[in-house]
Design a protein around this ligand. Structure first.
Ligand SMILES: Nc1ncnc2c1ncn2[C@@H]1O[C@H](COP(=O)(O)OP(=O)(O)OP(=O)(O)O)[C@@H](O)[C@H]1O
Ligand SMILES: [Mg+2]
Length: 325
């Protein structure tokens, strides 16, 4: 089933995940653009140390950091570094920043934190939970939508599983309370949805099906559609559907197309390559749909890559068109 993912934008939180290099960051930025086009105030969050998203909106952007910064009308970008989130959290608990700094810079404490699994995920999700609750002066949500560019799959599952693990392991206290509230948010299908990004190729197709199964089974978070990114468009119009055939016949007969153009054998090779790539992509789009049983939204492959906000506009138009992408 192919359709537009417009209803996604009505959620409070979209967590974009998928294997490395499938286009998670690109899709997160595309959703931010689509959401802003729909008149929403959107926050797009990167997790970790890298800031890729601001670069898609400006050539030499200033860092957005943990405080976040507006990168386009209606769009705020932010990067959550777990240590900064921890510093903020401890600041709220201890209230004296110099003491917080002492704790954070203490070698034994750092060692303890690096050996403690799950705290990074929990603290990051805790910050996202806090951002979801923020209200403006008129009591409306500060952000209509928060899009999270989550770590690559594998990490993505761990990322979302941390609150559940803490809730089941810790009996009482503020940590359990915080984890429980985060878990309640990410498991509420009205507010939060997880969005896997796949490529229409054999391995990514299978991995996406496994990811969907783990997320819905183990983590219990809503997954309602899959984005299939970088789908190669049909290279020829209907009237020219047999162009590769015609070119290969021409190549066999030794004919040339035009003195300015490469040899017809070269053109025939290009045409058949384009056609087979597109056919292969179509095949794996079907496979992803069948294996996951979910609706798909296709985003086209842009020939020159995704580098500017104009490219994001193109992808967000495709997102709204859905199946026609
Ligand atoms: N639809 C597309 N058309 C053309 N190029 C694309 C498209 N989507 C992504 N790309 C390019 O593919 C590369 C990987 O995309 P991106 O960085 O979004 O993936 P990612 O899943 O976030 O990667 P990582 O796992 O490293 O964070 C980038 O160079 C990006 O510009
Ligand atoms: Mg990325």
């Amino acid at each position: 089933m192919l359709d537009s993912g417009r209803s996604l934008l009505e959620r409070r939180l979209i967590i974009v995940t998928g294997k490395g290099g499938t286009g998670k960051t690109t899709v997160a930025a595309t959703l931010a653009v689509a959401s802003a086009r729909a008149g929403q105030r959107v926050l797009v969050v990167e997790v970790g140390r890298d800031e890729q998203i601001p670069r898609l909106f400006a050539k030499n952007p200033k860092p957005v950091g943990y405080a976040g910064r507006r990168v386009a009308p209606g769009i705020t970008a932010m990067r959550i570094d777990p240590f900064e989130a921890l510093s903020e959290y401890l600041g709220l608990q201890i209230r004296v920043q110099s003491v917080v700094d002492l704790v954070l810079n203490n070698a034994a404490f750092r060692q303890l934190m690096s050996a403690t699994p799950g705290w990074r995920e929990l603290i990051t999700l805790g910050k996202i939970w806090h951002l979801e609750r923020m209200r403006d002066g008129r009591g409306r949500p500060r952000y209509d939508l928060i899009v999270v560019d989550a770590p690559a799959t594998g990490h993505g599952v761990t990322f979302l599983d941390a609150p559940r693990v803490v809730v089941s392991a810790v009996r009482a206290g503020p940590l359990r309370r915080q984890a429980f509230e985060v878990e309640t948010l990410i498991e509420d299908p009205e507010r939060c949805v997880l969005l896997p990004v796949a490529l229409a190729e054999e391995l990514p197709a299978r991995e996406t099906a496994e990811l969907v199964e783990r997320l819905t089974g183990e983590v219990g978070v809503a997954v309602e559609r899959v984005i299939v990114n970088a789908v190669v468009a049909e290279p020829f119009s209907e009237q020219l559907a047999d162009l590769d055939d015609r070119l290969s016949r021409l190549a066999a007969s030794g004919g040339s197309v035009h003195p300015e153009l490469p040899a017809s054998s070269t053109l025939a090779l290009c045409a058949s390559y384009l056609k087979s790539r597109s056919a292969l992509n179509r095949h794996y789009v079907d496979v992803i749909g069948r294996l996951t049983g979910l609706p798909l939204t296709l985003l086209p492959q842009l020939t020159n890559g995704v580098r500017t906000s104009a490219d994001l506009e193109t992808l967000s138009s495709a997102f709204f068109r859905g199946a026609d992408a």
